[in-house]
Design a protein around this ligand. Structure first.
Ligand code: ZN
Length: 321
């Protein structure tokens, strides 16, 4: 694609979205009509300076590869783990990036000369999943990765709650006698279905511990069978919590564990069905019909970040008259 193709943008500009993870950045360029024009992945740096630099490099590479100019970019949105102040663009406690406190929006904006907006990665992914899957009304995005978190979208808007913790279902305790969670409680949803917690409970070396657990369960290993059952039970509990607390119509499941594909989906569905068989109330909720799995490698998080960048910009234009 050549830069000339963007000459008729007529003031409506390219939106760039970046999903910044612990090891890689997933970057997309989105047209004014919402079409993904280009996508690439780059490694993420460690620590404040390297994180900023890797973000700037990712945007530059995306510009070059997709064939438009930095001046065609209307906004860049970033989804990033950790505590995010969406108003100031500051990121706090992003431990897997080596960041304690970083004025990310200000520093990236200085480097590239385009407006940056920052959002928590799971909240951005929730928005992206809602738009990509054409969900209107209410939905929750349940991210099953190293940790477990969810984002809630109501009528096209991210729902944060009073202090930004809406959707933190990973730390709802569902077993007071369960495994100790990193947050200090016992039996959190995350201790059942978070990849990190399952990997620690499994305790055997391997690059893909959750896949190893599934393979060992298929071979009849009792520890693996119990951990796989925990995963299904925990994910089903998260779905139940999201529907019972926010009454979202749809729960879209994404995150690294979706690489397990049907092995994950069928188990979660079976767990929801088992709940429905023993409870008329659960049966009345039709939970199994309300879940969807994103395909592994979905651009939802980066796409959602692009929407975050664009939406905040529009709001600012309105408020400044
Ligand atoms: Zn916890």
């Amino acid at each position: 694609m050549k830069g000339a193709d963007f000459a008729d943008l007529d003031g409506r500009q390219i939106r760039v979205g970046l999903d910044v993870g612990g090891t890689k950045i997933d970057a997309v360029a989105v047209s004014p009509s919402g079409e993904i024009l280009g996508r690439l992945r780059r490694p993420t740096g460690w620590g404040d300076d390297a994180v900023v630099e890797s973000i700037v490099l990712a945007v530059s590479a995306l510009v070059e590869e997709t064939g438009f100019a930095v001046s065609d970019i209307g906004s860049v949105g970033i989804g990033i783990p950790g505590l995010v102040d969406a108003d100031t663009g500051r990121v706090l406690h992003a431990v897997n990036l080596g960041v304690e406190s970083l004025d990310l929006a200000v520093r990236a904006q200085q480097a590239l000369g385009v407006p940056f907006r920052i959002e928590n990665d799971v909240k951005a992914a929730a928005l992206g999943a809602a738009v990509l899957r054409g969900v209107t009304g209410s939905m929750a995005y349940l991210n099953l990765g190293t940790g477990v978190a969810a984002g809630i979208v109501m009528d096209g808007q991210i729902w944060r709650g009073a202090r930004g913790t809406a959707g933190e279902v990973g730390h709802i305790s569902v077993d007071p006698n369960g495994r100790l969670c990193g947050c200090g409680q016992r039996g959190c949803v995350e201790t059942f279905c978070g990849g990190g917690a399952l990997s620690r409970a499994w305790g055997r070396p391997g690059a893909l511990p959750v896949k190893d657990i599934f393979d060992a369960a298929d071979a009849g290993d009792e520890t693996a069978l119990a951990l796989r059952a925990d995963l299904y039970h925990g994910a089903a509990a998260a779905v139940r919590v999201l529907v019972l607390s926010a009454d979202v119509e749809t729960v879209i499941i994404g995150g690294g564990l979706t690489a397990l594909g049907e092995r994950l989906e069928l188990g979660i569905r079976a767990s929801l069905r088992a709940d429905a068989e023993t409870s008329a109330f659960m049966r009345s909720l039709h939970l199994e019909e309300r879940i969807e799995l994103l395909a592994s490698g979905s651009p939802a998080a980066a796409f959602g970040a692009a929407l975050v960048g664009a939406s905040v910009t529009e709001k600012e234009i309105v408020s400044h008259g």
